[in-house]
Write a protein that binds this ligand. Structure first.
Ligand SMILES: *Cc1c(COP(=O)(O)O)cnc(C)c1O
Ligand SMILES: [Zn+2]
Length: 425
């Protein structure tokens, strides 16, 4: 264990080369030079980037003058120098949803709509935009990931654009749209017989062996920081204030943990004041190890074997599950587990009330919100943000059985008239 010198600001502003920040262990505090390493050599805890205490932070006005992307919060992303890859990811819409607010019995409700994230229609574009710049800064010329689907899409697309080869590993049972929506970018795509947790274990062995930057394995410290930008955007888009509650789906538990970190960082920076929002998580009951941990009050995850249509969040042994559970309990939030039927019903409810078509993870989020409302966890004065993290066009099979076939007619007014009458219009 040794102490790492942070670069002096002046040295950095004169240099045009991109550097990744050094990291420290979230558990024991040991410090490490910037490297494609995500695990503490002393205690096996996760590593996180260390930001120079003395760095100058931007004002609200300065942030507002920057391009509408996640990089407008660059002081909170883990680099010295100027990142150049994937510059246009982030700043997705925050959409007012009054009918869902009524349904939940709260004052206001907004959808943070990462179903339209650029370029691959899920919030994973944010974490990959951060990780791919880390790969570049660390001199890695091949990237990869272990993915439940959306991460595969995002790594394949952003690597293609950067001109980097990518090795992508997925479980063999993923939705066709997620497989094709990865393969089209021309990566090395490998399907592994097993669940995500088997794929992840394999990737941990591959990173060292081949010297790759596996974004959610050995670059995980740099990857996770990209998720914070969703939290910064929520506060800025609400006029630099916090909602009272935020609900997000959980796979590895990283997004929820990083939203918590983001809210703390902008409050410390003096950009927002007021209480940190209560953080709520949602999982499918066929894979809900983090929800079970919140419910039991324990301190260690009991791994599960996933069995749910919500494949994008089906991680049985979540890397950040303990931190996510702490963030929920610490903010006065809670966690929900919802059935596959409830997920499908919620996908339809979101579409019918807001015009937003989400995938199964977003269905879990809204179904979780409804379940938490039934438990009496919201009040009439609550202002709630639902994080909708992925796009419904990627998981059509999940809902195809629940939607009636449309009528087919000859091109005649009389046939339409019959339908109008039957519709009671
Ligand atoms: C990966 C993913 C999540 C959750 O990610 P974690 O940070 O691992 O908890 C949520 N929604 C979608 C659509 C995802 O692909
Ligand atoms: Zn440690």
């Amino acid at each position: 264990m040794h102490t790492v010198e942070l670069p002096a600001r002046d040295a950095v502003s004169q240099s045009s080369t991109l550097r990744a920040l050094p990291q420290h262990c979230k558990v024991c505090g040991a410090e490490f030079e910037a490297a494609p390493e995500a695990i503490c050599g002393s205690c096996l805890g996760p590593l996180e980037p260390m930001y120079p205490e003395s760095r100058r932070l931007p004002s609200r006005a300065e942030i507002a003058s920057r391009a509408p992307s996640m990089w407008r919060y660059r002081e909170w992303l883990p680099f010295e120098g100027t990142p150049t890859l994937s510059q246009d990811t982030g700043f997705t819409p925050l959409v007012d949803a009054p009918r869902l607010a009524d349904r939940l019995g709260v004052a206001r409700l907004w959808i943070k709509n990462d179903a339209v994230s650029h370029p691959t229609l899920s919030f994973k574009d944010r974490v990959v935009a951060s990780a791919i710049n880390a790969a570049k800064a660390l001199g890695l010329d091949t990237v990869g990931c272990a993915s439940t689907g959306n991460l595969a899409n995002a790594v394949a697309a952003q690597a293609a654009r950067a001109g980097l080869p990518a090795w992508i590993f997925i479980p063999d049972n993923l939705e066709p749209a997620k497989v094709l929506g990865t393969a089209v970018y021309g990566p090395h795509l490998v399907r592994v017989r097993g669940h995500y947790d088997d794929v992840n274990r394999l990737c941990a062995q591959l990173a060292d062996r081949f010297g790759w930057g596996i974004v959610n394995v050995n670059l995980r410290g740099y990857y996770g920081e990209g998720s914070k930008t969703m939290g910064f955007e929520i506060a800025e888009q609400l006029g630099w204030r916090f909602p009272t509650a935020v609900i997000t789906p959980m796979a590895g538990g990283s997004l929820l943990t990083k939203l918590h970190k983001a809210f703390g960082e902008i409050r410390d920076a003096g950009l927002v004041d007021g209480e940190t929002p209560r953080l709520y998580g949602a999982q499918a009951s066929g894979c809900a190890p983090i929800t079970r941990l919140v419910e039991s009050g324990g301190e260690t995850i009991v791994p599960e074997v996933p069995n749910t249509i919500a494949k994008s969040i089906a991680i049985g042994n979540p890397a950040d599950g303990v931190f996510a559970a702490r963030a929920m309990r610490g903010t006065g939030g809670w966690s929900a587990a919802v059935s596959d039927d409830a997920i499908v019903a919620a996908i339809r409810l979101l579409a019918e009330t807001t015009g937003i078509f989400t995938e199964t993870a977003g269905g879990a989020t809204l179904a979780g919100a409804l379940a938490l409302a039934d438990q009496g966890r919201f009040s009439k004065s609550d202002e709630v943000v639902l994080c909708i993290t992925g796009n419904g066009l990627k998981t059509l099979d999940a809902i195809s059985g629940s939607i009636a076939d449309s009528p087919i007619i000859a091109p005649r007014v009389r046939e339409v008239a019959a339908l109008v009458e039957a519709a009671g219009a």
